[in-house]
Write a protein that binds this ligand. Structure first.
Ligand SMILES: *Cc1c(COP(=O)(O)O)cnc(C)c1O
Length: 350
């Protein structure tokens, strides 16, 4: 069975590496758990760090996790789930007045105060109130809702639009902060300035101190920033590995024989003739992971996959039938493998 090998100590080291850096600059951190489905072993590693918040985009994940950290819902809540948000989240990210109104009603019903972070879109075009059409009267109305506390503001970049954080992009957010604090006579506690794509600016010491909170998923898990996709020096990029077993190993041609139609997924095929090659089949497929999200070991090239078979070319080195090959992962690779019920999770250094 193909396995996701999770090295808890490497994940822990990644958490400490970046959180030390952020805490030295008096910024708080939200550790994001969605890429590994809020696996409790990893949540426990976060629990043992001084990281302030734990965040996920799925209510189901926040509901099941055991933690004493403040729980943050990252995906803006659906109108239909505000009751669950009040039940299991301490904070949520929001951009719709109607939803916040509903949260207020529900919180009042339950005798709670719900804290929100108002999201602003500064150009990446995912969630948030668009920066150049802000209705400050409406924000005043939010402030006056009972049982809702505006804890801060936030923005999300390099998610849909691929916008790379920069001094000029963040200038839009600082203007919003200043306007809100002035017009509403309110001190915003949290200015949540983004995700793993903010790390290059952080390392260059260009991240303005007004951004006092960062939400990090990918960099903790894979040691990679997401502005340029580079591995961060000093961090592990192998805390999560796919290990899959060779179930067939044979020399075969590189060109299929006969009239060619479509592959198993209905896509047209094309091949380059590289002569006879050593081909291995591994026990993992597209149901578990997209082959383009796997980073093969040296001497191995990925040829393709069907739903349950991964085909690789053994270009160099000796391998044996029954042997496991290890692959490093992209974000998408880890996300899907962690979600697949067919992938066994193995924890190292428990
Ligand atoms: C997923 C998510 C993050 C974490 O992003 P990474 O690139 O994994 O660090 C941060 N904020 C929001 C709103 C998210 O949905």
């Amino acid at each position: 069975m193909a396995k996701l090998i999770i090295n808890l100590r490497k994940y822990e080291r990644n958490l400490h590496f970046l959180s030390d850096l952020l805490h030295q600059e008096d910024r708080t951190i939200m550790a994001v758990t969605k890429v590994f489905c809020a696996d409790q072993h990893l949540v426990d590693v976060i629990n043992a760090t001084p990281i302030e918040y734990i965040a996920d985009s799925r209510i189901a994940n926040l509901k099941k996790m055991k933690t004493s950290k403040s729980k943050v819902l990252l995906r803006i809540p659906a109108l239909s789930e505000v009751d669950q948000v009040i039940d299991c989240c301490d904070l949520s990210l929001n951009s719709e007045f109607k939803v916040i109104e509903a949260l207020s009603l529900e919180a009042k019903k339950k005798g709670k105060t719900h804290r929100i972070i108002l999201m602003f879109d500064i150009g990446d075009l995912r969630e948030g109130i668009y920066y150049d059409s802000i209705d400050y009267h409406q924000i005043k109305r939010i402030k006056n809702l009972p049982n809702i506390q505006i804890e801060g503001i936030g923005t999300n970049i390099t998610c849909y639009g691929g916008v790379i954080p920069s001094v000029s992009t963040y200038r839009k957010l600082v203007e919003i902060k200043t306007e809100i604090e002035h017009r509403l006579n309110l001190k915003l506690k949290i200015i949540s300035g983004g995700n793993s794509s903010a790390i290059p600016m952080l390392k260059r010491r260009e991240l303005d101190p007004f951004i006092n909170n960062i939400r990090i998923g990918e960099a903790f898990a894979l040691g990679r920033e997401t502005a340029y996709g580079e591995t961060i020096e000093g961090m592990a990029d192998d805390a999560f590995l796919l290990s899959a077993e060779i179930i067939e190993l044979k020399e075969k041609p590189s060109m299929p024989e006969g009239e060619l139609g479509l592959d198993a997924f209905g896509n047209p095929v094309s091949f380059i003739d590289r002569g006879i090659m050593m081909r291995a089949i591994l026990d993992v497929g597209k149901q578990d992971v997209d082959p383009s999200d796997l980073i093969p070991p040296d001497g191995v090239e990925i040829l393709g996959a069907s739903s349950d078979h991964l085909l690789v070319w053994i270009k160099e080195g000796q391998v044996k039938l029954g042997q496991n090959l290890s692959f490093k992962l992209t974000y998408g690779g880890l996300l899907r493998l962690a979600t697949s019920p067919y992938i066994e999770k193995i924890y190292e250094n428990l």
